[in-house]
Design a protein around this ligand. Structure first.
Ligand code: DCM
Ligand code: DCM
Ligand code: DCM
Ligand code: ZN
Ligand code: ZN
Length: 264
C-alpha cells in the first residue's frame, strides 16, 4: 500500500488495542510519533534504501497463474533464501516483540523497529498484489491506464483506488475514509470480525492465512479482466473498491489482534 493505505490500517488497529497493548505501543513508539502509530506506519518504506536487506520483506512472489500460496514453496527472496518474504517477516517481528518485558527491559533487538516493521508488513500482506505472480512482480510490469493516466497495475492497488475513493466520497479527507471503514467493522462486518481475529492452533499471528486470501483476491479481482494497456475506470473502480475496503479492515483488525496477543 501507499501511505494512505498504511495510515488507514494503523489507525484502525490502534483504536482496537487492549490496555496492555496500548501501553506497550506507547512505550515502543519513537518520540516523534506522538503516540500515533499511523504516523509511522510507512516508516518501513522510508528505510528500504538504508536497510537494503528489508526490501524483499514487503511482498511474496507466487507461481504464475496458480493462484495459491504455500510458505515452504513461496516464502523466499530472489536468491532463494527461505523465510525472506512478508509472511516470514511478520513471524520474525512477532517473535521479537514477544520478548518485550516492560518499559525498562533490555532486548537484543530494537523493539521500536520491530513494532514499526510488524505494523507495516501486516498492512502489505493484505494488499492482494503484494502476494501476486512472480513474472509480473505483483503487477509492477503490467502497464494500464487509470482513467486517463498511465500507471502500473500494482500502483492502482497500492494507491489509486484509495485516492479516488477519498476524493470522490470523502472530500479528499483520509479521516472520513477511515471512519467509514470503522463504521462497517461495527455493522456490516460485526459478525465476521471474530473470525478475522482468530488464529489457528493458538498461534500469535497467522500470515499464511492472510497471504492465501491475498493471492485469491489478486486472481479474482486485481488481475481479472486486465491485460497490457487496459484502461481501468468506473467499472473497475466500483467493483474493486469493496475489496480494498475489506482488505484494509482485515489488516487493521488483525494488526490489533496480533498486538493484543503479543502484549496480553
Ligand atoms: N512458518 C510458518 N508457516 C509454515 C512454516 C513456517 O508460518 N508453513 C513459520 C514458523 C517460524 C518461521 O516461519 O516462525 C520460520 O520457520 P522455518 O525456520 O521453518 O522456515
Ligand atoms: N528512529 C528511531 N527508531 C525507529 C525509527 C526511527 O529512533 N524505529 C529515528 C531515526 C531518525 C528519526 O527517528 O533519527 C527519523 O527516522 P526516519 O527517517 O527513518 O523516519
Ligand atoms: N513489489 C511486489 N512484488 C514484487 C516486487 C515489488 O509486491 N515482486 C512491491 C514493492 C513495492 C512496489 O511493488 O510496494 C514497487 O516495488 P519496486 O520499488 O521494487 O519496483
Ligand atoms: Zn506495493
Ligand atoms: Zn511496504
Amino acid at each position: 500500500w501507499g501511505t494512505e493505505g498504511h495510515f488507514t490500517i494503523c489507525k484502525i488497529a490502534q483504536s482496537r488495542l487492549s490496555k496492555a497493548a496500548e501501553d506497550a505501543v506507547k512505550q515502543l513508539l519513537p518520540e516523534y510519533a506522538n503516540n500515533d502509530l499511523a504516523s509511522v506506519c510507512s516508516w518501513a518504506d522510508n528505510v528500504k534504501f538504508r536497510y537494503h536487506w528489508s526490501s524483499a520483506l514487503h511482498f511474496i512472489d507466487t507461481p504464475d497463474k496458480l493462484c495459491t500460496y504455500q510458505y515452504n514453496r513461496d516464502c523466499k527472496d530472489e536468491d532463494g533464501v527461505k523465510g525472506r518474504c512478508v509472511a516470514g517477516a511478520i513471524n520474525n517481528y512477532t517473535t521479537q516483540l514477544l520478548g518485550y518485558d516492560g518499559a525498562s527491559s533490555q532486548s537484543e533487538y530494537n523493539l521500536t523497529e520491530a513494532l514499526l516493521f510488524l505494523s507495516h508488513f501486516m498492512g502489505d500482506i493484505h494488499q492482494p498484489l503484494h502476494v501476486g505472480f512472480t513474472s509480473d512482480r505483483g503487477g509492477n510490469t503490467i502497464d494500464v491506464h487509470w482513467y486517463t493516466r498511465k500507471q502500473v497495475l500494482h500502483h492502482v492497488w497500492d494507491s489509486n483506488i484509495i485516492e479516488t475513493a477519498e476524493e470522490r466520497f470523502y472530500d479528499s479527507n483520509i479521516d472520513g475514509f477511515v471512519d467509514a471503514i470503522q463504521q462497517n467493522i461495527t455493522t456490516k462486518w460485526a459478525d465476521i470480525v471474530k473470525k478475522w481475529e482468530t488464529c489457528s492452533l493458538n498461534k500469535t499471528t497467522c500470515p499464511d492465512i492472510y497471504a492465501s486470501e491475498g493471492i485469491k483476491a489478486a486472481c479474482d479481482w486485481a488481475y481479472k479482466g486486465v491485460t497490457e494497456d487496459s484502461t481501468l475506470e468506473d467499472e473497475y473502480f466500483n467493483s474493486r473498491l469493496p475489496i480494498v475496503n475489506l482488505r484494509l479492515a482485515q489488516g487493521g483488525v488483525r494488526l490489533a489482534a496480533t498486538l493484543n496477543r503479543i502484549f496480553g
